[in-house]
Design a protein around this ligand. Structure first.
Ligand SMILES: Cc1ncc(COP(=O)(O)O)c(C=O)c1O
Length: 453
């Protein structure tokens, strides 16, 4: 491998998601060349513990043999065929049956596939609108979403995104999308009482539905735990109350489980953490442990029934991609689900996560620039602040999070920077010893930067 040529060509030819092309020439991205278990090596041979699972994705680590074998076998058997009306293939059928079986108790009746999280969101938004049309309420077209939420980059998902940074450059977006406050304990103008905050924020949803006119609202979409927005865990009463609000007003509930699905939060699905059934679930990332792109939209029984009952033809799904249910991705997902269940990976997360969460919460006491550490399961966010007593946010452009992430990198740990936050989402199969290494490396990185301030 000509490492110099790769570094040069990257800067010249490759536009990176969520990055300024010119900035990538000045601050070159790390080139990750190899992975094994929970570890990766960069192109210069530097070994790192993967604290981000690729990008919340490689939940089974980087060398899960059964998934690798399933991919290879599928390439030999049938590398590609489509699932558009008229044809299908065995892996698509098997995966849909496996997912529905896995989610039957959640109320799921069917699934449709795409190539990633943005696709899963797009399908959910479209199905929500079509559902209301089928039921004779064609004016229910609006969506309500949470500030700070992230739902991908297609025009629908981007429109429901709650971070202006992702919206501004591409406006105007989808009309009829409205954002309400997130139940975010650390930053809200209402209360520091969790249960009260859950009630207030669910009430905000109800008021917004009433203000818009319930007969115009198609769905409320949210992440069971906000990921990219900074790992915001809602109060335990929020989702149950939101479910009640949606029921009262005939509004569908879309759970964007692209990050929380398949065990990240310590339960197989984020909605299970809150004891709630959604109407539509957006799934991706961990579904295929990130080895092959795949997204899925799981469809609740109530929604599926409306399509099944339609005799007019209006229930035809005029949505889908060439690569919907790609056989190689479906094979990877089938193998992933098998490992997840047989190895009780989700149980492992539930067992190891509390100590991990508790230990890193100690950073708040150790450093005056760490305002909040929050998370659940194996997702954790560390928010840095300019002034802890007042919770003043870091000044725009502060390089503090980047400095900590670079110190961690030098010491052999990959973490992710998102605004003022460091985000951790290691592979779900990470051992307790590796979690210990992760925590001590990160603590040392914070100490290093803290000492330089
Ligand atoms: C909650 C959520 N929804 C949707 C997406 C978009 O997924 P993708 O990048 O696979 O399109 C993401 C990506 O991180 C996500 O975190």
């Amino acid at each position: 491998m000509d490492t110099q040529a790769l570094k040069r060509d990257n800067a010249q030819f490759l536009w990176h998601p969520m990055a300024h092309p010119a900035a990538m020439r000045k601050t070159r991205p790390d080139i990750i060349a190899r992975g094994e278990g929970c570890w990766v090596w960069d192109i210069d041979g530097h070994k790192l513990l993967d604290g981000v699972a690729g990008l919340w994705s490689s939940n089974l680590g980087h060398s899960c043999r059964p998934v690798r074998d399933a991919i290879v076998a599928q390439l030999d058997e049938l590398p590609f065929f489509n699932t558009f009306r008229g044809t299908t293939h065995p892996r698509a059928i098997e995966l849909s049956a496996a997912l529905v079986a896995l989610m039957r108790d959640d109320g799921v009746a069917a699934v449709m596939f795409g190539n990633g999280g943005s696709d899963a969101v797009e399908a959910a938004l479209k199905i929500a609108r079509q559902y209301h049309r089928l039921r004779g309420e064609p004016e229910r077209s609006k969506f309500i979403a949470l500030k700070q939420g992230y739902h991908g980059v297609h025009f629908g998902g981007m429109s429901v995104n709650g971070n202006p940074q992702f919206r501004r450059p591409y406006e105007p977006l989808l009309p009829g999308v409205f954002h309400i406050d997130t139940p975010w304990l650390y930053r809200n103008p209402y209360t520091q009482d969790e249960a009260a905050l859950g009630r207030i924020c669910a009430e905000l949803l109800e008021r917004e539905i009433q203000f818009q006119g319930a007969d115009t609202v198609a769905a409320f979409i949210a992440e069971p735990i906000q990921g990219a927005g900074g790992i915001i865990v809602p109060p335990a009463n929020y989702w149950p109350l939101v479910r009640e609000v949606c029921n009262r007003h005939g509004v569908l509930l879309i759970a964007d489980e692209v990050v929380t699905g398949f065990g990240r939060g310590g339960a197989m699905f984020g909605t299970r953490l809150w004891g709630v059934q959604a109407d539509l679930w957006c799934l991706a990332k961990g579904i295929s442990t990130g080895y092959v792109p795949l997204g899925a939209t799981a469809i609740g029984a109530r929604v599926a029934e409306a399509f099944d009952a339609d005799a007019s033809g209006a229930g035809q799904i005029t949505h889908g991609y060439t690569y919907s249910a790609h056989p190689v991705a479906a094979a990877a997902a089938l193998a992933t689900l098998k490992v997840l269940v047989e190895d009780d990976v989700v149980g492992h997360v539930a067992r190891v996560a509390p100590a991990f969460q508790q230990r890193l919460r100690g950073l708040v006491q150790r450093h005056d620039f760490v305002g909040d550490v929050r998370g659940q399961g194996l997702m954790l966010g560390i928010e840095m602040v300019a002034d802890k007593p007042t919770r003043a946010t870091l000044p725009k452009g502060s390089d503090l999070p980047l400095r900590v992430s670079r110190a961690a990198y030098r010491r052999g740990l990959m973490v992710r920077v998102s605004g003022p936050n460091l985000i951790l989402s290691p592979p779900l199969v990470i051992s307790e010893a590796e979690l210990d290494t992760l925590c001590s490396t990160l603590e040392a990185a914070f100490d290093e930067v803290g000492a330089q301030r």
